[in-house]
Design a binder for this molecule. Structure first.
Ligand code: CUA
Length: 349
């Protein structure tokens, strides 16, 4: 009888744990796909002149720090070993106070190091402020922080987009950085240091990418509950590809399939247009990201999720459940409406 009971318990435990694992797997596989997973951007792997200047300054500072560390720790270990207590040695060590030569040495040496670091930092600062002498025509982008996503306006090209900052390779891109709400900080570690984004103020910075590539960034100033979810990505394209992107972004999109046309009608009579803009339509909201070419972007929700149909549907179902504090409310859309809106969004290439 006892054996039966134990067997019963074992079976129940086995069944329960298998069920738990299956539910966990189902939850994981049904969850949204996060963008940028496994790609930590490193300032020590620079891809442009500003990133390189900062990285090489770090190298010099690190080298000095290593030398200081080895000398100080070496002297400490040597003293501990050389003046250790021997067996049967009960006499108190000779008591000393102060050593003028040492005092002078360890005051002057750090002072010299600090002056050297100051001069090097000043030089690097000048490198970051000055643009390369070879810089030809340049591109200007207004970088605007919002809780919690970045807006990019290309005033000379008449383009407004979000999260994906597309730039041409080898060209100086002047950034005019500001914010519409709280203080954010724009940071693409491989291309430049951090620049704070203030409301009612423009901070200037510039980036240049040496080769085509994708460079991830992260808001670097605590700006509210979704600060960690405020990401950015710089996509550097060769000139021909960049020009093609510009042409695509400047054109107004037109829905093609029936489902997309349905979605557009729904979009234009719903709350969406209070916050979002789609060029060439009645949707002219300025609070949320401009959605004119949302399907051409790599991510959703300020860089949080990969831009896929599944993620977009999850997002439309209940934004606050996916992104803490997000301004976009749960609109309680029906599954049919979500299908239609997703078809429309995905047609906005
Ligand atoms: Cu924006 Cu932190």
């Amino acid at each position: 009888m006892i054996w039966f009971q134990r067997k019963h318990i074992r079976r129940t435990l086995l069944f329960a744990s298998t069920l738990a694992v299956m539910v966990a797997l189902a939850l994981v596989s049904a969850g949204p796909v996060y963008a940028q997973d496994g790609v930590p951007p490193s300032a020590l792997d620079p891809k442009g002149p500003n990133g390189a200047a900062i990285s090489s300054l770090f190298g010099v500072v690190l080298a000095i720090a290593v030398v200081v560390f080895v000398i100080v720790e070496g002297m400490l270990l040597f003293s501990a070993w050389r003046f250790r207590q021997r067996p049967n040695d009960t006499t108190e060590p000779k008591q000393v106070h102060g050593n003028t030569r040492f005092e002078i040495a360890w005051t002057i040496a750090p002072a010299i190091i600090v002056v050297v670091l100051f001069v090097l930092a000043l030089q690097t600062q000048q490198t970051l402020d000055a643009k390369p002498a070879s810089a030809g025509d340049q591109l200007t982008v207004k970088v605007i922080g919002h809780q919690w996503w970045w807006e990019y306006q290309y005033p000379d090209l008449n383009i407004t987009t979000a999260t994906d900052l597309v730039i041409p390779v080898g060209k100086v891109v002047n950034l005019e950085i500001s914010s519409v709400d709280v203080i954010h900080s724009f940071w693409i570690p491989q291309l430049n240091g951090k620049t704070d984004a203030f409301p009612n103020r423009i901070n200037r910075s510039w980036i240049q990418a040496d080769a085509a590539g994708v460079f991830y960034g992260q808001c670097a100033e605590l700006c509210g509950p979704s600060h960690a979810n405020m990401r950015s990505v710089v996509i550097a394209k060769d000139t021909a590809e960049f020009d093609a992107w510009v042409q695509q972004q400047q054109a107004n999109p037109a829905p093609t399939a029936d489902a997309a046309a349905q979605g557009e009608q729904l979009f234009l009579v719903s709350a969406c247009i209070g916050c979002h803009q789609v060029n060439g339509t009645a949707a002219q909201g300025k609070v949320g990201p401009n959605l004119t070419h949302v399907a051409s972007r790599t991510s959703l929700a300020g860089g949080m999720f990969t831009n896929t149909e599944g993620n977009l549907k999850r997002w439309l179902k209940n934004p606050p459940a996916l992104k803490e504090g997000v301004l976009m409310p749960n609109l309680n859309l029906s599954d049919a409406d979500i299908e239609a809106l997703t078809a429309y969004m995905m047609s906005l290439k």
